[in-house]
Design a protein around this ligand. Structure first.
Ligand code: PMP
Length: 412
């Protein structure tokens, strides 16, 4: 009964390399990383379990630590109004909207959140997706096609790269924060493509530096292209009232074609948004696959972000405090001669230590001293620029920063 039927071809022999998961390149790479960690006596710095909400302080292994590893920039994750909004939405609408929004998942809270985002940007409309990553993948993947070109900063987030791959467009990167390098590409290639999309971020998460937005706007206008700005880290952080890089640089909302942001950082939730003109937002609402074919945002996720946005608007002093505390750290770190790269001192400040082993060891020793800061290792950054990356919250105190600087001094 085991013999093939007469006339059937024998199945081809296939190497185990193509069937066993433990022989796949990703797993092999993971094993290599683990064994070099063991050789250097460094514990895995990733997936540290936090037993609390993760703000200026957190609890790891039952111990309270000063925390520099969360994006809770405005300290709103545990704000009573934010929590209450989530509970009320959960009680009113249940735990899931159970369908995509076009089908039967639309709830009043979706429109309320989108109107508040659009109002904040003074734009015509906004749309929220269930994940920030999916927002970029779906928007870029849908809007661009094989006759189009995507030009992006070399440090752009993975979600833009995946969206670009999905779109089938040609993709080229330009030197980080360098409008001249972008212009060289536009000059050379603009004429050969239909749509051209330029993608930059408002604040870069590895370095805490920001682009000269007005120069990118001038280029997109000159070369008839679309400009998309990912405000994952700049919304709630840049500008006097936290309305992002547009506010900081005095660029009008309408001068950027596609504003993108996440709800997961300053807005204390989960999900992403696109805001811009109505034609853009309506198109995405009806056609972007990650919106159309995916469940609507749960009400208890939308409501806390709306509450967070309202608090941000009502209490701009949170943004002022975030700026103050980030600069307080950055200035003192520079005075000690540490390399903080090009950080503008707003919410994200790296301390570049020069090797992955040194960064991982420093992170482990700081944790022993009650300070949680994530190391950024090769290949996330070049080996020479491996770093400790500090994320600040408006809830950090000067005393916490002083303690951290002293510990860092000992460790480095
Ligand atoms: N864009 C940027 C620049 C990001 O840093 C991130 C995630 N950190 C995302 C998009 C994806 O957002 P989310 O984590 O909310 O899915």
């Amino acid at each position: 009964s085991e013999t093939p039927a007469a006339g059937a071809e024998a199945a081809p022999r296939v190497s185990e390399r193509f069937t066993r998961f433990d022989l796949q390149p990703g797993y092999q790479q993971l094993q290599m990383m683990r064994s070099s960690g063991e050789r250097l006596g460094i514990d895995d710095p990733f997936f540290r379990v936090h037993e609390s909400s993760g703000g200026a302080t957190t609890v790891i292994d039952g111990r309270e630590c000063i925390n520099f590893a969360s994006y809770n920039y405005l300290g709103l994750v545990h704000h009573p109004q934010v929590i209450r909004a989530g509970i009320e939405a959960l009680e009113r609408y249940g735990s899931s909207v159970s369908a995509s929004r076009p089908v039967s998942g639309e709830r009043p809270i979706h429109q309320a959140l989108e109107s508040a985002i659009a109002e904040c940007y003074a734009s015509e409309a906004a749309l929220v997706f269930v994940s920030g990553h999916a927002t970029n993948v779906s928007t870029i993947g849908y809007l661009l096609g094989p006759r189009d070109l995507i030009l992006h900063d070399e440090y752009i987030h993975n979600s833009t790269l995946v969206g670009a791959q999905l779109s089938g467009a040609r993709r080229m990167s330009f030197t980080h924060n360098d409008p001249q390098a972008l212009e060289a590409l536009l000059e050379r290639h603009r004429g050969q493509f239909e749509r051209v999309l330029i993608v930059i971020e408002g604040l870069y998460s590895m370095d805490g530096d920001a682009p000269a937005l007005e120069r990118f706007v001038a280029l997109k206008q000159r070369y008839s292209s679309w400009l998309m700005v990912d405000e994952a880290h700049s919304f709630g952080v840049l500008g006097e009232s936290g309305r992002g890089i547009g506010e900081m640089s005095g660029v009008a909302t309408q001068d950027v074609d596609i504003w993108m942001g996440t709800l997961s950082k300053s807005l204390a939730g989960c999900g992403g948004y696109i805001t811009g003109c109505r034609a853009l937002v309506d198109t995405l609402r009806y056609f972007a696959p990650g919106f159309l074919y995916s469940v609507g945002m749960p009400a208890q996720v939308a409501a806390p972000s709306l509450a967070a946005l309202q608090i941000m608007r009502a209490e701009p002093e949170r943004v002022t405090r975030l700026h103050h505390i980030s600069r307080y750290f950055a200035e003192r770190a520079r005075a000690k001669g540490w390399n903080t790269g090009d950080s503008i001192g707003a919410a994200i400040v790296p301390v570049i230590v020069g090797s992955s082993a040194k960064a991982a060891r420093a992170s482990a020793r700081l944790l022993e001293a009650g300070i949680n800061v994530q190391p950024i290792l090769h290949p996330a950054v070049p080996e020479k620029s491996a770093r400790l990356r500090f994320f600040f919250s408006c809830e950090h105190t000067e005393a916490q920063i002083d303690t951290t600087l002293e510990a860092l001094d000992r460790v480095l």
